[in-house]
Design a protein around this ligand. Structure first.
Ligand code: WQD
Length: 342
């Protein structure tokens, strides 16, 4: 009997790529998503990739009654991967209450259902944003968390605290939090990828939309940082590599019996790449020159961060494999596909 995995936010960017990898690993996947930042068409695109149509329910996790009904009818969910959350840093500054309500209450409602229906294992989507601007690089899991620069980042810190406290109070609940660095790229099939609503806040979708002619020019937010070329440094991780880390985390939890725990892992490549280096890599990978200008720094941006991935490599046996160029090419292929560019 295939083990049943609930993926909340499963029609989203990272969620959809993780559903594909879970199905490939032989799991039976159910998606719940409120479609506030994704489309139900993704369910069909996942089926086109794997040949298996995941069960899908349009559901807002803030509705505790609906979520409880879903769990009651679902007859035994073995484990949960929780992606469903608002994730736009800038928007979170303008709408902090919406972010606190959505990101925190969804997790509380989820945990109440998991406890009631004896679904003991959770993989949580966390973020390197919990480290703020680290004093030392690369960051390990022992690097102290810092006050977040945005309400979005703070919801990730508070969610980790909710998980820690609930896991302590509830002996059978076991959780792994994956602290993502910067997820980029798309599935090699170009059937699923990142589809931001409106003007992209993140770098790579803005780059591909500029290359596709949807945007006039990319603004590079500052080149006066204390980095080799003056632009900010990040750890850009391929979304399929990231998805595979979730499958490994789920398999780790399902193998364990009754030992309450809360583990967390950095999920990055371990390589720091600057904005200008990424633009060069994009041009090398795709042949597309990106029109850009240097502008002032963006408020809230940290200067540089990249991961020490030793713990995930050793404990999970997981390592990122895609190169930056391969990943940027996958992002460009996805952009060309959705814009119907030859
Ligand atoms: C990357 C670099 C910008 C856009 C955030 C969240 C993180 C995760 C990913 C959700 C920075 C520069 C960007 C542009 C630019 N969110 N940039 N021009 O801010 O590192 O991380 O998104 O999962 O939790 O904190 O990502 O892609 O916005 O920026 O120069 O038009 O690109 O200054 O240096 P960020 P980003």
């Amino acid at each position: 009997m295939k083990q049943k995995i609930l993926v909340t936010g499963g029609t989203g960017y990272i969620g959809s790529h993780t559903v594909v990898e879970l199905q490939k690993a032989g799991f039976n996947v159910i998606i719940i998503d409120d479609l506030s930042n994704s489309s139900e068409a993704v369910v069909g695109q996942i089926e086109q990739i794997t040949g298996i149509r995941p069960e899908f329910h349009c559901l807002n996790m803030l509705d505790a009654g609906l979520l409880d009904d879903f769990f009651a009818k679902s007859k035994g969910i073995d484990a949960v991967i929780h992606f469903a959350a608002f994730k736009a840093v800038g928007e979170s500054v303008e709408k902090p209450l919406a972010y606190y309500r959505n990101n925190l209450i969804s997790l509380v409602n989820l945990f109440e259902c998991m406890e009631k229906y004896k679904s003991d294992y959770l993989v949580f989507s966390s973020s390197c944003t919990v480290y703020g601007q680290p004093d030392q690089l690369p960051v390990t899991e022992n690097t102290p968390r810092k006050a977040a620069e945005s309400p979005y980042g703070n919801t990730k810190i508070v969610c980790e605290d909710i998980i820690r406290d609930f896991t302590r109070a509830n002996k059978q609940i076991q959780t792994i939090a994956l602290r993502y660095f910067n997820p980029i790229g798309a599935h090699p099939s170009a059937l699923i990828g990142e589809l931001p609503n409106g003007v992209p806040g993140n770098l790579v979708p803005f780059v591909t939309q500029t290359a596709a002619g949807l945007r006039e020019q990319l603004s590079v937010f500052g080149n006066d940082y204390n980095t080799p070329d003056g632009s900010c440094i990040r750890d850009y991780i391929n979304v399929v590599d990231l998805a595979k880390a979730h499958v490994i985390a789920i398999e780790r939890l399902l193998k364990r019996k009754n030992e309450s725990s809360f583990e967390f892992f950095n999920v990055g490549t371990g390589n720091g790449v600057s904005v200008l280096e990424l633009l060069k890599a994009f041009q090398k990978a795709t042949g597309q020159k990106v029109n850009y200008k240097i502008v002032d720094r963006r408020a809230g941006d940290i200067e540089k961060i990249f991961a020490d991935t030793t713990k995930a490599n050793k404990v999970l046996g997981w390592k990122a494999t895609a190169t930056l160029e391969e990943t940027l090419l996958s992002a460009w292929n996805w952009e060309k596909k959705i814009r119907k560019i030859g």
